[in-house]
Design a protein around this ligand. Sequence first.
Ligand code: SKM
Length: 173
Amino acid sequence: MQGNIFLVGLMGSGKTTIGRALAKKLNKRFIDSDHEIEARTGVSIPVIFEVEGEASFRQREAEVINDLTAQDGIVLATGGGAILNETSRRFLHERGTVIYLRAGINSILQRTRHDKNRPLLRTADPRKKLEELEAQREPLYQQVAHIVIETGRPNIQFLVQSILTQLALIPGA
Ligand code: SKM
């Protein structure tokens, strides 16, 4: 639980891309909780949603967050809805430094346009769905975060640098 960095935010906010780059810079191990769930179940996330439903997916997700946050020295990209679970929020906040990557709906729509791996966006009006998710989750992302980074600027190196600068300001992070 030492030296961990946890990235939270809506799907398509860049958690995986930024997380990988950050882990490389800090010489930490990168883990993506969605990939971990897929590795454990042997199927893709859309299949888990289809076969078991969202509630069951959330249970699996909470277990994975519990296990992964107990490790040391990792950069973890969490699933967009991982913060819905109260215990996961507590583990994330207590077991590492939480960075909320805050992205605008337009950039998220652009990033997820061709992504077939987002069951919640398989709807006639993805913008409306994202607006609903944002309204519901923004307070939870804010609540769990130690640092908030606006991802309006698309330059990954710039974002990683501003995260490193802010981390340096937090004692023990
Ligand atoms: O965890 C996946 C899954 O598609 C659900 C989700 C969400 O609820 O925002 C985000 C993805 O990372």
